[in-house]
Ligand binder design. Structure first.
Ligand SMILES: Nc1ncnc2c1ncn2[C@@H]1O[C@H](COP(=O)(O)OP(=O)(O)O)[C@@H](O)[C@H]1O
Ligand SMILES: [Mg+2]
Length: 372
């Protein structure tokens, strides 16, 4: 482990509310606190932006540019664990134009670089994984699977492409011969997606149990993969092999034609998160939902770390509103025990009880400087 880069410093110019900021970071824990509106989320967002070249809270890149200015700059220096080799990444936006630089050289393609820095962000909106539509949850889990299995991304894209073709044919009265052209590849993609989603949930389950102990959660947390293809009459349905899928589509042929669209398949599945046997979407309190989401995000990142043998940069926005003091301490200690770099924002100063031995503290109310 340890190929992942850590961020050593950041420089901002006209990024959100920052006219100009330059600051160094601690390789392990960075605790950023300040009043509401002091720029905590913006600072976290700048790190996320540098490592993902997009924001986690807006699709509109132009909103990152400070109001009444027409350009912004974010630059960061990253280095690997032994701090031997620095990598400098810079991103500038001028109105609609973007310029990215890697080690002072303008680059069009930063894919390789982006593979080596991985961030996991926790912020109040993460609750959407519980509250939002099945589409949102599918995207979340699909992204998590793609991060450990790049072929999954290709298969999902191919599935969506064939789905569009099939739906076009079905809209056009569903000629069997035309459908036949796509079907075999379609069933094979569907079957792979089913299998990989099921396998991923199994990996998550293994990570959730120890995390529950760490966070002192006594309730039962389960993620149920709710498939649109149901096989009540079949045994061993979990594998959802090609033949079974084909058979199921065969049975639904007439319905597809009436509805003029593909009515079965992984594009209609959902992931239902249960807390002590009840759907957390309907029955859990806001606090419980937050805890469940943090647990799932930590479990997803644990799976990622295990499979990819890479570490992550963790960004926790508004941690004090997400977790009570005791749980906060447990999460920090849990992350500190691995070699991850962690950023936490809060409106409160850190508890003096058991402070980790090494961390940097930023007080944005004092202008963003390191005070410890
Ligand atoms: N493009 C922008 N230009 C100028 N100010 C902005 C821009 N985007 C956001 N802000 C301001 O930045 C301030 C800090 O925001 P934020 O980082 O979300 O605060 P918090 O510390 O509560 O997380 C807010 O007052 C917000 O209005
Ligand atoms: Mg905030």
């Amino acid at each position: 482990m340890g190929k992942t880069l850590k961020i050593k410093s950041v420089k901002l110019k006209n990024f959100r509310n920052y006219e100009s900021l330059g600051t160094k970071f601690h390789p392990k824990l960075n605790y950023i606190f300040g009043k509401n509106g002091s720029g905590k989320t913006n600072l976290i967002e700048s790190i996320y932006f540098l490592t993902n070249l997009k924001s986690f809270r807006t699709k509109k890149r132009s909103s990152l540019i400070k109001k009444n200015t027409n350009a912004m700059y974010v630059g960061g220096v990253f280095s690997d664990d032994d701090m031997s080799k620095d990598v400098k990444l810079e991103a500038s936006l001028f109105e609609q134009k973007r310029v990215y630089k890697l080690n002072n050289k303008t680059e069009q393609n930063l894919i390789d670089y982006l593979k080596s820095v991985n961030t996991m962000v926790f912020f109040p909106d993460s609750l959407r994984i519980i509250k939002d539509s099945p589409l949102f949850r599918r995207n979340f889990f699909d992204r998590a699977i793609s991060s450990i299995d790049p072929t999954y991304l290709l298969e999902s894209k191919e599935y969506s492409r064939i789905l569009r073709e099939r739906n076009k044919i079905l809209k056009n009265n569903g000629d069997d011969r035309l459908l036949e052209v796509w079907n075999s590849r379609f069933f094979s993609c569907a079957s792979n997606i089913f299998k990989k989603r099921t396998a991923f949930l199994e990996l998550l389950k293994q990570k959730i149990s120890p995390l529950k102990k760490t966070l002192n959660i006594n309730k039962n947390i389960e993620i149920f993969y709710s498939k649109s293809l149901k096989y009540s009459h079949k045994k061993n349905t979990e594998t959802l092999a090609y033949e079974i899928i084909k058979e199921e589509y065969e049975k639904n042929k007439e319905e597809e034609k009436i509805k003029k669209q593909t009515c079965l398949g992984p594009h209609l599945d959902d992931f239902v998160i249960y807390l002590d046997g009840d759907s957390s979407r309907e029955n859990a309190s806001q606090g419980e939902q937050r805890l469940v989401i943090i647990l799932i995000l930590l479990a997803v990142s644990d799976v990622y770390r295990e499979v990819s043998e890479e570490n992550l940069i963790y960004l926790f926005d508004d941690m004090s509103s997400e977790l009570d003091r005791e749980k906060r301490q447990s999460v920090i200690e849990y992350l500190m025990s691995s070699d991850s770099q962690v950023f936490i924002t809060s409106t409160e100063k850190p508890e003096t009880k058991n402070p980790p031995e090494a961390y940097s503290l930023f007080d944005l109310d004092l202008g963003g400087g390191i005070i410890r």
